[in-house]
Design a protein around this ligand. Structure first.
Ligand code: SOE
Length: 386
């Protein structure tokens, strides 16, 4: 099983499955990436969605050459080398495993899957495909915020010393209105979980990414504030959480608190991270994503205090490719960086990060939070996997 493009040296053919919010964000990235970064040649060949008229309209808008209504048709096409999965979580495992087995490189949106069993099957398929030169990556796009990539570098360079604790919060309010309608995101069958899988997955991935650490113990709590919402069939049961809390113990001895909500009135898309070490600390807030606040506790006491780093220099991660210094970027650029890293990994044959195994690790932690919450006040020990 070798990827087909290597035989002919033609541009990589890309198919995207799903064209809603994430499909739009990824399409924008596919359209822009080659204008800013040196990436291997590729073509936006095919957009797949179940509704023929909807997918055609989206393809015309987002620059995809053709459309299809059945994702299975992608797997036999010799001109498709990359499958980008932006469909809802309940479809991830089946599509990703089929694509990997057909020798296609796969990028999949987070969370990896809706269940631990599906995530395990996906990680196993990714491992088998990798041995054949077929790459896979999970789209935790916030790893590609330049300020967070810089924070990771500063932590790795020892600039905050030994990290003692980290606060990760991801707060939104699109469900604060109790009359907001039912959707697939509020049903356990289709979404797997609520705020937990949707946004705690990001917060937990950041803890692992920033610290390069491993979670050993989890204690969690989940809550659903509005248990019934208007749906197509009248009032329907909400079967996922509105908000989740967890404390995580890390192998290094650090402790993380994670707090996520989709009913935090006034908060729109507020991912914040605070990292406290014995030599310094870092603060990040997605609502000001070009800023990182850093205190260097080794400086003389009378000079200490948080200083604001405007992450807009060509020396900062990813930024050399964009604008002259100080000309800042936005949320959508994180997806461009993600596609750039994925394409680079394919062309160099280097497995990209975060891998499906990284996605599985996040899924294990999400699962442990659910188990701990269900058991009320228990702590779940996570088995060492590597
Ligand atoms: C919706 O809650 C959502 O779009 C998530 O699904 C994304 O992953 C996050 O980036 C923003 O919020």
């Amino acid at each position: 099983m070798t990827s087909p493009e290597s035989a002919t040296n033609r541009p990589l053919g890309v198919a995207m499955i799903g064209y809603a919010f994430m499909g739009k964000a990824h399409s924008n990235a596919w359209r822009n990436v080659a204008s800013f970064f040196d990436v291997p040649a590729f073509e936006q060949k095919l957009l797949v969605g179940r509704d023929a008229a909807g997918v055609e309209a989206a393809a015309a808008k987002y620059g995809w050459a053709e459309t299809a209504t059945d994702w299975r048709s992608v797997m036999d096409r010799g001109d498709i080398d990359i499958v980008d999965i932006c469909a809802p979580g309940w479809m991830h495992a089946e599509i990703a495993i089929a694509a990997l087995q057909a020798g296609k490189h796969v990028l999949v949106e987070k969370p990896l899957a809706n269940t631990l069993a599906e995530a395990e099957a996906m990680a196993a398929a990714a491992q088998a495909a990798r041995a054949q030169g077929v790459q896979s990556m999970i789209g935790f796009n916030y790893r590609r915020v330049p300020a967070l990539a810089l924070a990771r570098e500063l932590i790795a360079d020892g600039r905050v010393g030994t990290v003692r604790h980290i606060r990760a919060a991801y707060l939104q309010d699109w469900l604060a209105d109790e009359t907001a309608p039912m959707s697939w995101r509020l049903n356990k069958e289709t979404a797997g979980s609520g705020a937990l899988g949707d946004i705690a997955s990001h917060a937990i991935d950041q803890v692992l990414f920033l610290l390069g650490d491993r979670v050993t113990e989890v204690s969690g709590r989940l809550h659903t504030f509005t248990t019934r919402r208007p749906g197509a069939a009248g009032m329907e049961d909400v079967t996922v959480d509105d908000a989740a809390w967890a404390t995580l113990s890390l192998a290094s001895g650090a402790i993380a608190s994670v707090e996520v909500s989709r009913v935090a009135t006034g908060r729109k898309n507020a991912l914040s991270l605070e990292i406290y070490g014995d030599k310094g600390s870092l603060l990040f807030d997605l609502e000001n994503l070009n800023e990182l606040h850093f205190v260097d506790a080794t400086a003389p006491a009378r000079e200490q205090g948080f200083r604001r780093i405007l992450v807009g220099e060509p020396e900062h991660p990813y930024l050399e490719a964009w604008w002259p210094q100080g000309h800042i970027i936005g949320w959508e650029h994180t997806f461009t960086h993600e596609i750039r890293d994925f394409l680079t990994a394919i062309s160099t044959g280097t497995p990209p990060s975060p891998s499906f195994e990284d996605g599985l690790e996040v899924q294990r932690i999400l699962n442990a939070i659910e188990e701990s919450a269900a058991a009320k006040s228990s702590t779940i020990l996570l088995a060492r996997t590597t």
